[in-house]
Design a protein around this ligand. Structure first.
Ligand code: SF4
Length: 217
């Protein structure tokens, strides 16, 4: 997991470079830190998606959650409402969270990229590189035990691996005390219901980590 470690290191260096270390070094509560970060992200113009977005989709959920789910980028509905995972794929994710015995508001949900790419195209590498520090800061504030990475873009961007999802899924990657569990994006399940059994296996992995049952990796 050297790559993930390197990524977090370079993120911290970037924080210092941007003069934004006060968010990490503060004595404020997690919720206050997230709110301060949200205000900053909502003004962000670091990449061209700021021109075409309607709303910034920062992320939502419990600042104290031990479980987080990370997706790719906002879609049409998310861009309208400013909330992550609220379309049909989001409803599927909410059902999966409930099947874990949790409520949607118990977990933390965010995306790799905070502004919608036009026509739902895949975010460009430069856009991901511009936006990823915000997500890393969110994760460092919430500090979840288990992080579900939804879809290839989320998993590959965080893990710095270009493996396809079918090769990444079913595994648990470790960074510090965080367990990262890649799986299919819920939208992929809507297109191909055969993937559901793999998705549910991966949700069970996350549930096990959340409940303190550490899976073998
Ligand atoms: S996608 Fe991220 S980096 Fe780009 S403008 Fe939106 S918030 Fe800023």
């Amino acid at each position: 997991m050297k790559d993930v470690l390197d990524m977090f290191k370079s993120y911290l260096e970037q924080q210092l470079e941007f003069g934004e270390d006060e968010l990490l070094l503060t004595s404020r509560s997690k919720s206050e830190c997230l709110e301060a970060l949200r205000e900053k992200v909502e003004r962000c113009t670091r990449c061209p998606l700021s021109v075409t977005r309607k709303r910034v989709v920062f992320g939502e959920g419990s600042a104290d959650s031990s479980v987080a789910f990370i997706g790719e980028a906002p879609g049409r509905e998310e861009n309208e409402k400013g909330r992550p995972f609220i379309g049909s794929a989001g409803q599927l994710l909410s059902k999966a969270i409930e099947a874990m015995g949790l409520r949607r508001e118990d977990v933390y949900i965010a995306n790799i990229v905070k502004c919608r790419p036009p026509s739902n195209r895949v975010p460009r590498e430069s856009e991901i590189a511009s936006c990823l520090p915000y997500l890393l800061e969110q994760l460092s504030i919430v500090n979840p035990v288990a992080v579900g990475l939804r879809g290839a873009v989320a998993a590959q961007s965080i893990l710095k691996l270009d493996w396809p999802v079918f090769k990444l899924r079913g595994r648990v990657f470790t960074y510090s005390e965080m367990k990262l569990v890649p799986t299919y994006h819920p939208a992929a399940l809507l297109r191909n219901p055969d993937l559901k059994r793999h998705f549910w296996k991966d949700m069970k992995l996350i549930k096990g980590i959340h409940e303190g049952v550490m899976p073998s990796t």
